[in-house]
Design a protein around this ligand. Structure first.
Ligand code: GTP
Ligand code: MG
Length: 465
């Protein structure tokens, strides 16, 4: 175990006022700090490890607070070192007082961002993917993202890396055995079989990258654009979906002149709704710019809700919309929303009304009224089920950019290996590519890391973690 020289302390609960505040301490001087600052009448917190003990927090004769303390002797603690948590009343003044005393009397210094988790990693309490997931868990903005982070925390990535490494080690051992014993009459697994195993590994890497890419889209950037002709009710629908009046609604055509977006939790997911400027031909240069931006937003969205004003005689289809309709595919879906069913035009009762939006004979249509609220819940559920249909939608596998980079590098090394084999390159050279793949696998879990990389990973943590 690496025992850091300095003992660190920090507020581990959110800064500010609250019911309680927890100060965490880690390092060699922890026991001394508890003994000195957490006074009890009966057995001290040191004598009762991992049990919460009622204490008077004081520095010599000066009372600081009435609190609770728990002592976790290393190595069975969060950081692997001796640790303690002191529960105080949630006043920033009390916290500051204790931290100052710890520093002045025992030289315990304030922890850096992520330093507790960094020590946990350095002491082998967790691998790098688990350490990274701690921040992801804290920062998660939706149930979906939280689930993805918890999967990493539970070691799912660590276990798949272990499988990759053992497959690569076998491959390497066999390649080397062939080099060492090439003169002898031994039978080795044929090159074909080994080639198949590499293809299999490549397939697994591709699957992981595809799943994580989709999960990433769902988790942080799932964009849903509301588009359609002016006055169709796009802004009314945005407000309905959000549950509050975000966009201005009026019967004046061209009310929304620039797009308006809002992030919202929808079921387990986090999505961004974008209300756009109604599509129409206009002489007004500002509105034209708004429409241009709206079309850009429409192109960047993964789901489009096309609002149709059902009170009108026919559906207006703009050129940009026409284009999107022709592009509609698995990765980009359009749901047509027939609005204003409370004042539906009689023509909208007939199938021919929808001829303009039919593609390959079909289209998906949901009938709603933003005025009465009819059908909005159906639309809501349909959007959620669409998110769940995303590959990886219900099976979040959220990777950090760093992980993806190493998977990519593994993939490239294995592809080079295949082509070296095809070219009949010497086995020693081929083995180097296996080494590169192995190195990248080890980098993911942090078996081999540099100071610089660790610095970058942990600096984005909050202090106290
Ligand atoms: N009767 C009825 N009126 C509606 C319904 N939905 C919207 N409206 C009305 O239609 C008008 C236009 O609604 P908006 O939500 O501003 O339409 P928009 O699509 O955002 O229009 P632009 O911003 O101009 O592109 C407003 O007067 C709304 O009150 C509905 O379901 N039924
Ligand atoms: Mg509008």
């Amino acid at each position: 175990m690496i025992q850091e020289r300095d003992t660190i302390a920090a507020l581990s609960t959110a800064p500010g006022r609250g019911a309680i505040a927890v100060v965490r301490i880690s390092g060699l001087a922890t026991a001394e700090a508890v003994r000195r600052f957490c006074i009890t009448k009966g057995p001290s917190a040191i004598e009762r490890p991992r049990v919460m003990t009622r204490v008077d927090v004081r520095s010599d004769d000066v009372f600081i607070d009435d609190g609770l303390a728990v002592y976790f002797p290393g190595p069975h603690s969060y950081t692997g070192e001796d640790c303690a948590e002191i529960f105080l009343h949630g006043s920033p003044l009390i916290v500051r007082r204790l931290l100052t005393e710890l520093s002045e009397k025992l030289g315990i210094r304030p922890a850096l961002a992520g330093e507790f988790t960094r020590r946990a990693f350095q002491n082998g309490r967790m691998d790098l993917t688990t350490a990274e997931s701690v921040r992801r868990i804290i920062d998660a903005r939706s149930q979906y993202e939280l689930q993805g982070a918890q999967r990493l925390y539970s070691g799912e990535l660590k276990r798949s890396i272990a499988r990759f490494r053992s497959a690569l080690m076998n491959l390497k051992a066999e390649t080397e055995a062939e080099v060492d014993f090439s003169d002898e009459d031994l039978t080795f697994e044929s090159k074909d079989a080994r080639r198949r195993r590499v293809h299999d590994l490549l397939q697994q890497i591709d699957d992981i990258l595809a799943r994580s890419g989709a999960a990433q889209r769902v988790s942080e950037g799932f964009r849903i654009a509301l588009i359609g002709a002016t006055n169709a009710g796009k802004s009314s629908l945005l407000n309905r979906l959000l549950g509050w009046d975000r966009s201005i609604v009026s019967d004046v055509h061209g009310t929304t002149r620039d797009y308006v977006s809002e992030d919202v939790e929808l079921g387990e997911f986090r999505v961004r709704f974008i209300d756009t400027a109604g599509l129409r031909l206009t002489e007004d240069s500002i509105e034209r710019e708004g429409i241009r931006r709206s079309i850009e937003e429409m192109k960047r969205s993964q789901l489009i809700l096309h609002l149709i004003d059902g009170s009108r005689e026919s559906i207006e289809i703009n050129e940009a919309l026409e284009y999107e309709l022709s592009q509609s595919s698995e990765s980009k879906k359009i749901i047509h929303v027939l609005n204003k069913v409370d004042i539906l035009h009689e023509r909208a009762q007939s199938d021919t009304y929808f001829d303009g939006i039919r593609r390959n004979g079909t289209f998906e249509l949901i009938r709603i009224s933003c005025k009465t609220g009819e059908g909005v819940d159906v639309l809501h559920r349909r959007i959620v089920s669409h998110l769940e249909e995303e590959p990886g939608g219900l099976d979040p596998f959220l990777l950090e950019e760093r992980h993806r980079h190493h998977f990519q590098a593994m993939r490239e090394a294995l592809q080079r290996l295949l082509s070296l084999w095809s070219d009949g390159a010497p086995d020693e050279i081929c083995a180097l590519e296996i080494d590169t793949a192995l190195q990248n696998a080890a980098d993911i879990t942090g078996e081999i890391t540099t100071e610089d990389i660790l610095g970058r990973i942990f600096s984005v943590f909050c202090v106290g973690k």
